[in-house]
Write a protein that binds this ligand. Sequence first.
Ligand code: DOR
Length: 433
Amino acid sequence: MIPTPTDLLVRHAHVLDPRAGLDSVKDVRLTEGKISEVGENLRGTRELDADGLHLFPGFVDVHAHWRTPGREDEETIETGSASAAAGGFTGVVMMPNTDPIVDSPVVVSGLARRIERESRVRARISAALHVGLKGERLTEMRLLREAGAFCVSDDGLGTASAGVLRNGMMYARSAGLPLILHCEDHTLATGVVHDGVAASLAGIPGSPASAEDVATATALVLAAETGARTHITHVSTTLSAALVAFFKNRADVTADTTPHHLTLSDDLISTLEGLYRVNPPLRPDADRDAVGEALRTGALDFVATDHAPHASEEKELPLEEAAPGFLGHETAFAALYTDLVLAGKLALSRLVEAMSCAPGRWVGEGGRLAVGEPADLALVDLSERWTVDSGTMISRSSNSPYLGRTLTGRVVGTIVGGEIVHDRTGAQLGTRG
Ligand code: DOR
């Protein structure tokens, strides 16, 4: 539950919001859940000393699997939202591949009530595009919207055929719901890792990049034709990124890529560890770098984590048998700051735009540090080095591909609607008053 807001003054933070043109030390006043003043030498009754810290608009993650309903042993709304808050996320979109699947108004409204009670951050619901995610019968999107769905997606699965997808786009458009598309052609995606040299050396069946590229091309062509508002998620190949760029001004289309596709590659296949199975699979270095370049130029609009918790018995298996997916919320900023910003490949301002401003624009709320905007903020220590450890993960699961890695940059506090929802120090971040 998002607690009742009270006034708070964040003092001496290095405020960075490229969209608002802010990049300097400021004081920020939060009043009744909104940003009420950005200035210097401000004083308040309740102050948070942010000397030496950076303050960003809260991150927004449009791709999260909180496994609720059905797999609360892997994640709950409480633990998923706490994990998101620990990563600086103030808003998320929850995917519908749960049990039961979020494909009927009663499941949507039940989930909305649980979010209201249990979530620390602003969680939105993606309902299914097709009943049972089967790619056959369209869901009742107008009713799903009335029940509280924010968008539709069959994430976890690609779409059965172009004709089916085209109908879905037309109905989603008329129902006023955007689509989030997982682009995968299942006639091509027959393996478990990327089909390349690393897969051959390990003797593990691979799926070609075309499994993603063919589906991405189909989705983009249909988005242009139908006018449906379409978001392509977890873009992981050179060609898919180029296709998105080509369609940018020809369709109502946006796209994201993930922290893991930006920082890891298929050389991890040689470990043979199930931990590293993910869908779409980790790609060769050339794809990782091309996707990074597309994020830098804005061809890919933003980052989404595809936070996908799995029980240890589903991951501590050989690659072929493991469930695909990685935790994402808690390491996203640090992994990207360490591997892209500190490596000189991406400006910090573009990273903030890609984690806050652009996804905030996509959901229509947040991602902006300006007077009158919701007081949704992430407070980050850019100098802290920390080692990713399964024992300290806040998620109920621990399947992070960064386990054991030392990263730089750590979220120390997260504020939603003016209230501190994550405080790593556990000491109210030194608030006074
Ligand atoms: O690796 C993945 N895991 N990719 C998906 O598309 C679904 C997700 C999950 O639900 O575990």
